[in-house]
Design a protein. Structure first.
Lengths: 271, 189
């Protein structure tokens, strides 16, 4: 039994500040292990003093991002791997660091464990973020794929109808266009070729209903003059009897219910 | 129930694997731990890493916490301080120990929190803490600050202050006890 001495109290102070050397640590730990109420009380009081020191620093707000990362790691189990069996209380014991070589080995082992922990955490964090990003991409691709499937269904729908548009005398003979319309989904696809308008001009697509023409928008073809135009809710203004294409000033006709320029293509929907 | 007891019960729930209790403690102590880490490491990015690693370490080792040795807050502070000092050492940067620019003059000084209204860091307590530090004899204050924030050993401190090692040890203990005496027990975490 190591009897309590005044020096033990100074060892307690050094430990609380984390500056106790190895020999002192061994001595204090051996002393505490045998039960010293005075030193236990001293440690509590001194650790309160250290806490006051910690509280004396200028206060800053902890970044919210860290909170999010820490809690995310907990939720994902990234911080699992708890030590110690239930109910066990681990106290710092260092009987295995009796020699300098032992201390070096122990330090190396601790460092390895610490690095592994940090690496594991960083890697987990990284993988969690990558997984989140990958999921977002997958979700986005899935949505795109579903969308493409719905548009492709326009072509294969059992009662889909096709209209070929033909150039009018005002239209260039190279113009070609075809509309596929699916009444079930009320969607239409327009395929065009040769849509290379003169400079400062645009081709505009029109749906003709009993109420008159309705603009379906300007057709922006690529440099090769080809384009695919998708039209949702084709019959929102009533049943479509025909499609037309006009040649407009850049940006299209100012009136969405009346072409301003010449009609260059026309195609009637067979009833 | 004082804050120490409240924290202890909260930590028992954490040790039982309750994440809600963990969040509660996080919100109570994150500002303090971050501020401490920043004081030691001197850069916000390093302080953020220290804060994050400290909490994960606390969570992993929740069951090793021994209430007989000190309050939960003191334990969390110890973890954070140790990690912060480790980081300074691993960076090979001892600018603080060399007495170089204080954190306020660092390259990326963060704006101080106006006065965190939440958590335990209340204005009155802060005033007591400041008064307790001011009341210390200058050498006593220097000794504990060099040890606590710079991680200097007592021999290093003795050499730096040109004081006998025994005196440094004695100053250290006296300073800590005085700090503890001057700040209300029930207010400490």
């Amino acid at each position: 039994m190591s009897r309590h001495r005044e020096e033990h109290l100074e060892l307690c102070a050094a430990r609380v500040l984390g500056v106790l050397d190895e020999a002192g640590e061994r001595e204090l730990e051996a002393h505490l292990a045998e039960g010293c109420a005075q030193c236990e009380a001293e440690l509590r009081a001194l650790s309160g003093g250290a806490l006051v020191l910690a509280m004396s620093v200028e206060q800053h707000r902890a970044p919210a991002a860290v909170r999010a990362r820490v809690l995310a790691a907990l939720e994902s189990g990234g911080a699992s791997g708890r030590q110690a069996e239930p109910g066990a209380v681990e106290r710092p014991r260092r009987p295995w660091v009796a020699s300098p070589a032992g201390a070096l080995l122990a330090a190396a082992a601790l460092l390895a464990v610490a690095l592994a922990g940090v690496t594991t955490w960083r890697r987990t964090d990284e993988l969690t973020r990558e997984l989140g990003a990958a999921r977002a991409i997958t979700d986005s691709l899935q949505r795109s794929l579903d969308e493409e499937r719905r548009w492709a269904a326009v072509m294969s729908a059992p009662d889909a109808r096709t209209v070929k548009l033909a150039p009018t005398p005002q239209g260039a003979p190279a113009l070609a266009a075809e509309v596929h319309y699916d009444p079930a989904s009320d969607r239409a696809l327009l395929f065009v070729q040769g849509f290379v308008p003169p400079s400062d001009r645009d081709y505009e697509l029109w749906a003709i209903t009993a109420a008159g023409p309705t603009s379906l928008g300007v057709v922006h073809a690529g440099p090769d003059g080809r384009a695919v135009v998708r039209v949702e809710r084709l019959t929102r203004d009533g049943a479509v009897a025909a499609f037309a294409v006009s040649l407009e000033a850049a940006g299209g006709s100012p009136d969405h219910h009346k072409p301003s320029g010449p009609v260059v293509m026309l195609g009637k929907l067979a009833s | 129930m004082n804050e120490t007891e409240r924290d202890r019960r909260c930590w028992e729930r954490v040790a039982g694997g309750d994440p809600t209790a963990f969040t509660e403690l996080y919100d109570r102590y994150a500002d303090l731990l971050y501020s401490l880490a920043l004081r030691i490491v001197g850069s916000t990015s390093d302080a953020e890493e220290v804060l994050q690693d400290s909490w994960l370490q606390a969570w992993r080792s929740a069951r090793t916490y021994d209430p007989a040795r000190g309050a939960v807050g003191a334990w969390l502070v110890t973890i954070t301080r140790t990690r912060a000092l480790d980081r300074v050492r691993s960076l090979g940067s001892r600018r603080r120990a060399e007495g170089a620019a204080p954190v306020e003059a660092a390259a990326d000084p963060p704006a101080p929190a106006p006065d965190p209204a939440t958590g335990y860091a209340r204005r009155a307590l802060r005033k007591d803490v400041a008064a307790a530090l001011t009341a210390l004899a200058p050498q006593q204050r220097e000794v504990v600050e060099l040890a606590y924030f710079e991680g200097l050993s007592q021999s290093e401190i003795a050499a730096r202050l040109n004081a006998p090692l025994g005196t440094v040890k004695s100053w250290t203990r006296q300073a800590l006890l005085k700090l503890r005496e001057r700040v209300p027990v029930e207010a400490l975490p």
